[in-house]
Design a protein around this ligand. Sequence first.
Ligand SMILES: *Cc1c(COP(=O)(O)O)cnc(C)c1O
Length: 488
Amino acid sequence: MTTIYERSVPGRRATALANLGRSEQEVLQAVPGELRRRTPPRLPEVSQPELVRHYTALSRLNYGVDTGFYPLGSCTMKYNPKLHEDLARLPGFAHLHPLLEEEEVQGALAVLWELGQYLKSLAGMPGVSLQPAAGAHGELTGLLLFKRYFEDRGEVRTKILLPDSAHGTNPASAAMIGFQVVSISSNARGTVDLEALQRALSPEVAGIMMTVPNTLGIFEQDILEITERVHKAGGLCYFDGANLNAYVGRARPGDMGADVFHFNLHKTFSTPHGGGGPGAGPVAVSQRLVPYLPVPEVVREGERFRLSWDKPKSIGQVHPFFGNFLVAVRALAYVLLLGDEGLREVSAGAVLAANYLKERLKGTYRLPYDRMCMHEFVLSGEGLAEGIRTMDIAKRLIDYGFHPPTVYFPLIVKEALMIEPTETEPKEVLDAFAEALIKIAQEAKESPHLLKEAPHGTPVRRLDEVRAVRQPVLRMPWEQAREDVKCG
Ligand SMILES: *Cc1c(COP(=O)(O)O)cnc(C)c1O
């Protein structure tokens, strides 16, 4: 594909400016000398159709869940109903100013309040805050709640226990708050080793952070035992709820002993994500943490809603105004659209699709934990063929028109391929994906160069995975741009 600079021909223009009745020179003179650029900007010069073609061609290079299957493990890349976008664009929501008076935003407060009620009910927990802007931000908020809780009780607890099957953001959040991270090893079944847990418990332990189900896609069958032991030792239990797609509407973290549970609204409750756009990571909390929740809270008084700051022990505000409000609008739409029955179908479909794919692939690829999975599962590319790595498999999948799954995560599986199909894909797509992976396994043995040199059909071929990190070129373009706009 040509760049827009390669299409550039001096003198071509994409727009025609209105005739101001003044020459360019006259207009230039109107700008004070010291504000004028020394050199003209280096912009491509193209006609309007060329410009449109350029950006349209670029957009077609993009891959998203609207163009194909996106089995990115841990990300719940499900299809996002387009109705949500209509609702989030309603002028009454989209044009709200965050500084409007409560009286003028009753509808928006009602949305937040109502979503909060549903989230509490789905979590089986008595308190909620919609402020956190993402899952990791929910973790940060939840651990601040832990910290404030122990401060309030005059206890000094400095350690957070983390199963080695937890998501990477969990230890990162714990470390950011200043907790010492203690890793708990998994057993051969891919779940928390109870003995290891018991050995790690002490009066210094503030609590445990668990991804439920864990990043192997396996549910901790001893979860009640785990939370009971942690509570007995005076600690609290954090559940990372990014994987709620596995049991939404069917099981409640509150019933399993969670003290904090974060939702990833952009995952389970279907807001488009993956491009770094806004998400939301509301936290639900158990009774003992309710006094510390962020302020303000939306409270309902009869038919009116208001923001309450009346929480003397609160950790304060973790996001300005109302959090990422339009994500909450989409989540509420999703909950209302599906209802109880629909949400249960979501988790049933997600678990069924994952188990179906797992069974289709386990004869071809190594399955380190061969047991019933939840909404995702982890294969290994190890031992497929001499010299073939998981990265080669992932790159070859692109040639077959699929977005590769998550690779090299979780860390406890060598050469990991983490596959999350979600409930929104029909069986034919799952079959096509399985067949592509089976074909690739055959190619790995018969013509390994096809994998080693993949992808073949993309504008850029195999990228150096680490060079951008090891030798970042951050300065040059900016320095150049600054040079270009030097004035006077
Ligand atoms: C995605 C994810 C997170 C982080 O959530 P963000 O919204 O991306 O900050 C945490 N834990 C798990 C298990 C996840 O899949």
